[in-house]
Design a protein around this ligand. Sequence first.
Ligand code: CA
Length: 444
Amino acid sequence: MFSTSSASITETGNVRQINEDAVVETGNLFAVADGMGGHQAGEVASNLALSIIQQYIEDNLGLISGEKLVEKAITAANATVHLRASTSSKFRDMGTTITLLYREGDTAYLGHVGDSRAYLFRRGGLSQLTRDHSLVAKLVEEGEITEEQARHHPQRNIILKALGLEPRVDVDVTSVKILPRDVFLLASDGLTGLVEDTSIAQVLAEETEPGAAARRLVAMALEAGGTDNVSVVIARFGESTTIVPVKGAAPAVTEEETRPGVDAVPLERKARNRSLRRWVIAITVILVVLGGALAAGYYFYNRTYYVGASKGKVALYHGFPFWGLASNEMTTTVELKYLPESLRRRVESNLETDSREGALNTIKSLEAEVEKNSVLVPAVEGMKFTEARDSLEKVGLRAESELVSRPNVSADTVINQDPVPGTRVGKGSGVKLQVVMPGQPGEV
Ligand code: CA
């Protein structure tokens, strides 16, 4: 094992109103996420992704490890961000980059999607460990433009891959054997787009304390304009701190064993000691069994997700569906009333799933079912009645007309509709239309 020192900073910068970046810095997990989507959606995406990743790693410690764990944690975050984006119009286009380092023993596992970066500073040299999933990086790889041109390219912000944009995502996962005094830097493009690699290397060479290095790097990005949110996470792994057992050390002995004259205890006391020992053994067995049951319960609790109902909508629950042992993790916008009767009843009595991912997939298919059975009311105001009726019938809705008089509006025009455009209603529903009757005084 190595001793670890680390630091992280995330800053809004000089231009942006909000900080859509987010960082994680814990004992073994370090990450940067750069959210996008505007109207605070980017902030939601980056924070949601990081919390899902942390939770996933915590839940699966000891079950999966290394590259698999990193890949699955990021895939789970992708599914959650995508689901949140696709079930809410406010978050429709949100997504986030992710670059993380997860340490296990003397290995650093790196997971990466997007254009944030991971660097390794080793023996005075800086190397970039990740490949940007951006348009300009692709153009550089294909020899279309140079690194320098990429830095000022008008499309340098276009990224080709991010978490949350698609239901599935390919994650770049690599690993590095850690050597003493290795420094890993994770950063959003708010740093790397403004500060040259040579300057980054110089700071890391001069500042061995991660906090000081992080502060200097962020200050340099702000001095260079601070046009974007800037985030920096630095982890430095020091000397080996492995405790090697001293050769030839005698195993510990108890006082009882070394005390002279143990054999001299009277017979009666020996018998009492035996019965006491039997009790101690029995109680220990009971405690071990109870502890095991609790541990097993906790183990299953952490892995149990189910899909149920909350206030007329489909919801994701975590835990057991009884005795109040579940928490509502997310209520979706998927409305139960548009599900076929039998399916609705099944959701109301909870659909068990094998994993969080399974639950998210179930929600997706319920959503598809809702879309099959319901439609969004189109806007027909201002149309002629026949035209309005045809538009409604085309999407499976009925027109219910009511004739009204309205001076200065030509006959047959729809002047009001109920429900309003964009309302979700069941297929076959009626839409009330107020239609101007012919022969009005002042008719145009
Ligand atoms: Ca950015």
